[in-house]
Write a protein that binds this ligand. Structure first.
Ligand SMILES: [Zn+2]
Length: 224
């Protein structure tokens, strides 16, 4: 958990105390998340906050990240995920602010995300004034209705920033780093060619499916 949070700093995805990573033990029903407002360079393992799936604090004297309710909604709705990361990484956030999904323009994107990175609808005034962080989770879940969240493990929250997830917290952080790179390259691509086209379905399938699913053959044979 601490490593995943520090990885976000090493890769230039967070400024000051922005951003947060969490992981879940499904067996124990416990979530571990970064404490609120503690600078990354001062973070220690014992500062991490342990809560249950309803946000009840089980361990730590520190307050959890204020985005905890968003993470909890995602854990409850997406049963296959084991980690969630939120950053305000600049290029992905620029797309979120433009409220534009990131189309799949090349194989870097296709390797990780089986489709465009979607952008959520705007939150209503009531949703912002009410239980804002929980409502942010709900709008993400609504955006993924009918989509396997692990096939596209990232979302752009409108006028806010990205959330990513994965089978564990390390892969959620890895996906946050790849998303930022994909967002930056897509922005550059459209700078060169406004009419840039998406990859073909054949190329998208080739790249995604050689790394994911039952017919995957990329990399070394997995031991598990
Ligand atoms: Zn945020």
């Amino acid at each position: 958990m601490l490593e995943a949070n520090l990885e976000l700093v090493r890769r230039g995805l967070v400024l000051y105390t922005f951003g947060n990573a969490s992981g879940i033990s499904r067996e124990k029903g416990l979530v571990v998340i970064k404490p609120s407002g503690v600078p990354y360079e001062k973070l220690r393992t014992e500062d991490m906050v342990v809560t249950d799936l309803n946000g009840k604090i089980i361990e730590s004297g520190l307050r959890p990240s204020s985005d905890l309710p968003t993470h909890l909604v995602l854990y409850r709705a997406f049963s296959a995920i084991g980690g969630v990361v939120h950053t305000h990484s600049e290029h992905a956030t620029a797309w979120a602010q433009a409220r534009k999904p990131i189309p799949c323009l090349g194989t870097t994107h296709a390797d990780y995300f089986y489709g465009a990175i979607p952008v959520t609808p705007e939150l209503s005034e009531e949703e912002v004034a009410g239980d804002y962080e929980k409502n942010t989770g709900d709008v993400i879940v609504r955006t993924f209705q009918g989509t396997d969240p692990l096939s596209v493990p990232a979302v752009l929250v409108a006028n806010h920033a990205p959330f990513t997830w994965g089978k564990d917290v390390a892969s959620a952080a890895h996906n946050a780093v790849v998303l930022e790179s994909v967002a930056r390259m897509a922005w550059m691509t459209f700078g060169i060619e406004q009419q840039a086209a998406c990859v073909s379905q054949a190329l998208h399938d080739k790249h995604y499916l050689r790394k994911h699913g039952s017919a995957a053959y990329y990399g070394q044979k997995k031991q598990h």
